[in-house]
Design a protein around this ligand. Structure first.
Ligand code: HPA
Length: 270
């Protein structure tokens, strides 16, 4: 595992990508941020040794090294999901490569269904904590101790200072930014009414299919994390309406402009 990571890092260095502290995952809700980045080096995931090949028709995979708000960043455009059949090592591989390349902070976005009754679709949620319902862990691997600690502390997975900054920025920009607990499921099917009811009872404010494995690995590697959900549908178990992925993506586009504003200011202030 280490050898693969070292080879990926050596390849990126050889392509001219230097140590970069800040990484941004352009998940759903942040894909448009790519237009604000002045790219210096772009490499399709397919060209990177040991990177999984992306299968998601909605997300094209590439790594972009460039400048955002005057800061050098590494943008990961497109991510890997458990529901695509990737194993946990594959889907969190980019986090390990980023850390080995000198990464310190990751900014993550995702689309999620809103469970909290006062969170509306189109709104944003800052993830303050999470519940892993994926039934597995990216740290439950033979030989994990060669990559970092096995029993990783999860008392504060999301960086409090970054969260405070994001909340201040949202207030200044008059953007609604809820704060809540994100539950990660495997998917790809959406939830039944009974499942949404269960998620509410156990304390989730939003539910989605990503982010948590990446954050677990990031914490193993001592990266600071901040993560945002674009709320794309209302998951009210008593009035559940059919939703489709195109509906979710359309709603994600609506929240995107606000999230981009927040992330740009956050990067500027870093
Ligand atoms: N459930 C799971 N994932 C999601 C949802 C949802 O309702 N909406 C967007 N991603």
């Amino acid at each position: 595992m280490i050898k693969k990571i070292e080879e990926s890092v050596a390849f990126l260095k050889q392509k001219g990508i230097p140590e970069t502290a800040l990484g941004i995952v352009l998940g759903t809700g942040l894909q448009g941020l790519i237009d604000s980045i002045q790219p210096l080096i772009s490499l399709p995931y397919d060209a990177l040794p040991h990177f999984p090949k992306s299968t998601q028709e909605y997300q094209q995979g590439q790594l972009v090294y460039g400048t955002l708000e005057g800061k050098k960043i590494l943008a990961f455009q497109g991510r890997f999901h458990r529901y695509e059949g990737f194993d946990y090592f594959e889907l969190t591989y980019w986090v390990r490569v980023f850390a080995a390349l000198g990464g310190k902070i990751i900014v993550i976005s995702n689309a999620a269904g809103a469970l909290h009754p006062s969170f509306q679709k189109g709104h944003l949620m800052l993830i303050k904590d999470h519940i892993n319902l994926q039934g597995g862990s990216p740290l439950a691997l033979k030989g994990i101790e060669t990559l970092g600690e096995r029993f990783v502390d999860m008392s504060a997975p999301y960086d409090r200072d970054l969260m405070k900054k994001a909340e201040t920025i949202a207030k200044q920009k008059k953007v609604v930014l809820h704060k809540g607990v994100y539950a990660a499921v495997v998917g790809p099917q959406l939830e039944t009414a009974a499942e949404y009811r269960y998620l509410k009872i156990i304390g989730a404010d939003a539910v989605g299919m990503s982010t948590v494995p990446e954050v677990i690995v990031a914490r193993q590697l001592n990266l600071k994390c901040i993560a945002f959900s674009v709320l794309t549908d209302s998951c009210d178990p008593d009035h559940l309406e059919p939703i489709s992925v195109p509906d979710i993506l359309e709603m994600a586009k609506k929240g995107e402009a606000d999230l981009i504003k927040i992330v740009k200011s956050l990067v500027f202030e870093m």
